[in-house]
Ligand binder design. Structure first.
Ligand code: URA
Length: 427
C-alpha cells in the first residue's frame, strides 16, 4: 500500500525546490477542488510554485489534473471545425469581440468560453454584457446549438469546466501569485483543453501593460502552452503581441463594444484591425481554410455574424449602448507630440471609473471607461483634449482622473508605432 499523501509534505517538497510526484499533484488538485485541502494550504503551494517553478512533467500532470477536476466538452455535434483564441490579458483588449464573428464568417465555429475582468485588464463577458438584453449564461445545449447554427458564441464557462482553475485563479488573484509561467499556462490550457476546441490561437501579451513584461518570459510561456496543447491533441499556435500601449482608443465595457463594431464595419483603429486580422488568419489556417479575413470585415459578412450572435444571445445589436452619467475631458498642460500612451494608467483609470471590479461579486458599470482622443504621433496644443473619462458618480470619476495622470507622454517628436505582432511560436 502507498503512503497517504499530506498537503504539508507536498508544500514542503515544493518550498524546498524538490519535484512533486504525479500522485502528489493529482491528489492535491482533486482534494483542493473537493474542499479537503484548505485555501491557506493551496495558497502556500502556489507561492512555492511561484518561486520554484515546475518541471515540464510537473506542469503536464498539474494541467491534466486541472482538466480532470471537471468534464471535457465534446463538440463533435457542431459539425464544423472548431478554433478558439485566448489572450493572456491586456488593456483595451477587445479583440475577441470582432474576431469570433469574423472567423465564423468562414464556416468555422468559435466556442469562446470567456471570463470576467479582475484588476486592470477587462473581461470579455463584462464588455459583451454592456449590450442591452444580452445573456452570457447559456445552457450546454444552447452553446452547441448556437455554435452549429451561427458559428460564434461568447459565453460564460459552466461550473463544471476546470473547476480547479476557478478556485486557484481566485486564490492567486488575492495572493500575488498570478504572474507565474506554470500557473498561467496550466490555468489557460486546462480551460481551453476542457472546452473541447480542435485548434487554439494564443495571444501572448508582452510589455508594461501585460503579465509578462519581457519577451523572453513571454516566449517561455508561449512554448509551455503550445506544448500542453500538443500533449492533449489541441493544435495550438501562439502569437506574441505588444502590450505597452492600450489596444485602440477605448478601455471599458460599452466603449469597447462600440470600437469593436467600428472594426466589424470595416473601420476602427488600425492596431485593433491589424491584430484582429492577424489572429483570424492564424485561426483560419488551423481550421484548414485558405481565405483573406480582411475581406469579410470590409464586405459586411463579419458584421452579419456579429448581429446573429448578439440576437441568439438575447441582445439587440441596434440598441444604443449605455452611457455613464458623468464625463471629464483630460487636457494637455503643454503643447507637444504624443510619444507614448501607457497601458497601465489607462487600464487603472478605466477600472477605477467603474468598468472593472475589485471583488468577484461586484457589479461593473457598462458605461464607465476611458476613450483616448489622441494616438501616438498626434500633435496636441496646450489645453487640447487627451482623453475623455466616463463614470457613474463623482467619486469614481475623480479616482479615474487621478489614475490617468502620466498616461500620455508628450515630446518634441514621436517614432511611428510599430506592428503589434512581435513573433510566433508553434509546436
Ligand atoms: N488568464 C487566465 O485564464 N489565467 C491566468 O492565470 C492568467 C490569465
Amino acid at each position: 500500500m502507498s503512503e497517504p499523501i499530506s498537503a504539508v509534505d507536498v508544500i514542503r517538497t515544493k518550498r524546498d525546490g524538490g519535484e512533486l510526484t504525479d500522485a502528489q499533484i493529482r491528489w492535491f488538485i482533486a482534494a483542493y477542488t473537493r474542499g479537503d485541502v484548505a485555501h491557506e494550504q493551496a495558497s502556500a503551494l502556489t507561492m512555492a510554485v511561484f518561486f520554484r517553478g515546475m518541471t515540464p512533467r510537473e506542469l503536464a500532470t498539474w494541467t491534466d489534473a486541472m482538466i480532470a477536476s471537471g468534464t471535457r466538452l465534446d463538440l463533435s455535434a457542431v459539425g464544423r471545425p472548431t478554433v478558439d483564441k485566448h489572450s493572456t490579458g491586456g488593456v483595451g483588449d477587445k479583440i475577441s469581440l470582432p474576431l469570433c464573428p469574423l472567423v465564423a464568417a468562414f464556416g468555422v465555429a468559435v466556442p469562446q468560453l470567456s471570463g470576467r475582468g479582475l484588476g486592470h485588464t477587462g473581461g470579455t463577458l463584462d464588455k459583451l454584457e454592456a449590450i442591452p438584453g444580452l445573456r452570457t449564461d447559456l445552457s450546454g445545449q444552447g452553446f452547441i446549438d448556437q455554435l452549429r447554427d451561427v458559428g460564434a458564441v461568447i459565453c460564460a464557462a459552466g461550473p463544471d469546466l476546470a473547476p480547479a482553475d476557478k478556485l486557484l485563479y481566485a486564490l492567486r488573484d488575492v495572493t500575488a501569485t498570478v504572474e507565474s509561467i506554470p500557473l498561467i499556462a496550466s490555468s489557460i490550457m486546462s480551460k481551453k483543453i476542457a472546452e473541447g476546441t480542435d485548434g487554439l490561437v494564443l495571444d501572448v501579451k508582452v510589455g508594461a501593460g501585460a503579465f509578462m513584461r519581457d519577451r523572453d518570459r513571454a516566449e517561455e510561456l508561449a512554448r509551455a502552452m503550445v506544448r500542453l496543447g500538443a500533449d492533449h491533441g489541441v493544435r495550438a499556435v501562439a502569437v506574441l503581441t505588444a502590450m505597452d500601449a492600450p489596444l485602440g482608443y477605448a478601455a471599458g465595457n460599452g466603449v469597447e463594444v462600440a470600437e469593436s463594431v467600428e472594426v466589424l464595419a470595416g473601420g476602427g483603429p488600425a492596431d485593433v484591425r491589424e491584430l484582429t486580422v492577424a489572429l483570424a488568419a492564424e485561426m483560419l489556417e488551423l481550421a484548414g481554410v485558405d481565405a483573406d479575413p480582411a475581406a469579410a470585415l470590409d464586405d459586411g459578412r463579419a458584421m452579419d455574424v456579429w448581429n446573429a450572435m448578439i440576437r441568439a444571445q438575447g441582445g439587440d445589436p441596434a440598441a444604443p449602448l449605455p452611457s455613464a452619467a458623468l464625463s471629464h475631458v483630460v487636457t494637455a498642460d503643454t503643447a507637444g507630440v504624443v510619444s507614448a500612451i501607457r497601458a497601465m494608467p489607462v487600464g487603472m483609470a478605466a477600472w477605477r471609473a467603474g468598468a472593472g471590479r475589485s471583488r468577484r461579486d461586484e457589479p461593473v458599470s457598462p458605461g464607465a471607461g476611458v476613450v483616448l482622443r489622441v494616438g501616438v504621433g498626434d500633435a496636441v496644443a496646450a489645453g487640447g483634449a487627451l482623453a475623455e473619462i466616463y463614470a457613474d458618480d463623482e467619486a469614481h470619476l475623480a479616482a479615474a482622473v487621478h489614475e490617468f495622470a502620466g498616461a500620455v507622454a508628450l515630446a518634441d517628436h514621436a517614432d511611428a508605432p510599430g506592428s503589434r505582432v512581435l513573433g510566433r511560436v508553434t509546436a
